[in-house]
Design a protein around this ligand. Sequence first.
Ligand SMILES: NC(=O)c1ccc[n+]([C@@H]2O[C@H](COP(=O)([O-])OP(=O)(O)OC[C@H]3O[C@@H](n4cnc5c(N)ncnc54)[C@H](OP(=O)(O)O)[C@@H]3O)[C@@H](O)[C@H]2O)c1
Length: 431
Amino acid sequence: MILFDFAKRAYQAAFSPPTPAKRDDAIRIGLLGASTIAPIALITPAKSHPEVIVVAVAARDRERARQYAKKYNIPIVHDTYQDILNDPSIDAIYIALPNALHYEWALRSIQAGKHVLLEKPSCSNAEEALRLFKHPLVTRPNAPVLLEAFHYQFHPAWQTFLSLVHKVPWDGAVEHVHSQQHLPKGYLSRDDIRFQYSLSGGCLMDLATYPLSCVRQVLGRGEHLRPVEVRHRPLPPAPDGTVAEPQIDVGISATYVTDSGKSAKIEGDLASAGEYPFLPASLSKALPRFKWPMTEATLAEATIEERDDGLHHYVQRKVTLWNHLIPTIYHRIDVCDKHTLRREGEIITTWNETKYVKAYSWPKGDVRSNTYQEWWTTWRCQLEEFVNRIKGRAGSGVWIDGDESIAQMEAIDETYDQAGLMPRPTSAYQV
Ligand SMILES: NC(=O)c1ccc[n+]([C@@H]2O[C@H](COP(=O)([O-])OP(=O)(O)OC[C@H]3O[C@@H](n4cnc5c(N)ncnc54)[C@H](OP(=O)(O)O)[C@@H]3O)[C@@H](O)[C@H]2O)c1
C-alpha cells in the first residue's frame, strides 16, 4: 500500500498532473533562461494550476530557447531576457539564473512592473538583499509580488513538522536543531554554475542554504545564529593540477549558538562520497554517498507534573523530519517523547513514546485540504501561494517576506566569514 501510494504520488506529480482549462485571468509567466530547474519548479506545477500559464522563454542563445520552448510547449520565444520584461502580455517572471544575476534581474523585473518568483538564494549577499527587498519599488503600496523560492516551506510536511516542534502540549523550547542535505558525488559537473565564485556559487549558496534556512525556521526569527565552527571542503585541483576557485565550498558544515543559549548544526555537500563501513577508505571515498535530507529539533526537558509526594514527571521531545526537500515522494516525521520520573533528582523510571506522522496534505477539516492535493510537490504548493498572493487571497498563510530573505543572506555571509571565505560578489547594477 505504501509503495502504491508512493508510486501514485510520484507519477501524478511528475508525469500526469491533471491539466484543468486555464482561466481568462490566468497569470502569464515568462522564464529568464532555459534552466534545468524550471521544468520541475515551475513548468510542470503550472500545468495543474488553472490560473498559471508559462508563456515565454528567453535564453542567451535563441536557438537553445527555441528548442526548450518546443520541448516544454512554451508559445513565445524572445531574443533577450530584457525582451521578456518588455512584453506587456507577461505578468510575472521566473528567475532561475546563476545566483550572481538574481539581484539585477529581480530588480529589472520589478521595475518593469512584473511579479517575481526568484530562485534561492535571493541574492549574492546581504548587501544586495537589503538593496533589493528594501528598494522603494518593492516596498511601495501595490508593488509587484516578490518571492524567494524556498519551496520546501510551502509543503504541509514542513508546516506540520514546525507545529509538532512549536505547539507541544507543555512549555517546550527548542534547545538544538540539526539539518543536512547532500548530493552524491558525480551528480554535478565541474563546470556547473555552483562551482564558480563569479556566479556566486558555493555549497552554502546552493544546497546548504536549505539546512541553514531550516534551522533558522525552527529557531524562529528572533534568534540570531552566531557561527562558532565552520569547516568547508574546497574544490579539488583541476585534472591538469591547477587550483581554481579557492573561494568555492563544495561541502560545508557549521555550528551556531544564539544569544539565548540555543544551538544549531548544518551540513551540506554538493559531492558527497565515502563512509562505507566495510570498504577500505581509499575505495570508499571514491564512491558517491546518498544521505536523506533531514531536519531534527531537540527540545529542552520540560516539567509535566510535580506531585505532592515528591514524584516529578519530565518529558523531552525530539522531532525529526526525514526528507524536507521532496516530501511528496516520501517523508516521515518522527516524534519521540522521552518521559522521566524523578524523586529528589533521582531517576525512578524512564520510557519513550514515539509516533510517526505523515502530512502529504493538510489534515481533513482544515480548509486548505480542499485545494491542496497529496501529489502536489513543494513547488506546486509554492506556486499556489504565489498566485494567491498576486490575486490578493489569504492562501495557506505560509509566506517568505523580504525581512526573512535578508536575514537568510546575512546568515550566509556570516557563515562564510567564519569559514575564512569571502561573501559572494556584489552586482554593479544600480537603479
Ligand atoms: N528551487 C530549487 O529546487 C532549485 C533547484 C536547483 C537550482 N535552483 C536555483 O535555480 C537557479 C538555476 O539553477 P539551475 O540548476 O537550473 O542552473 P542551470 O541549468 O545552469 O540554469 C541557469 C540558467 O542561467 C542562464 N545563464 C545566464 N547567464 C549565465 C552564465 N553567465 N553562466 C551560466 N548560465 C547563465 C543559463 O543560460 P541560458 O540563458 O542560455 O539558458 C541557464 O538557463 C540557481 O539560482 C539555483 O540555486 C533552485
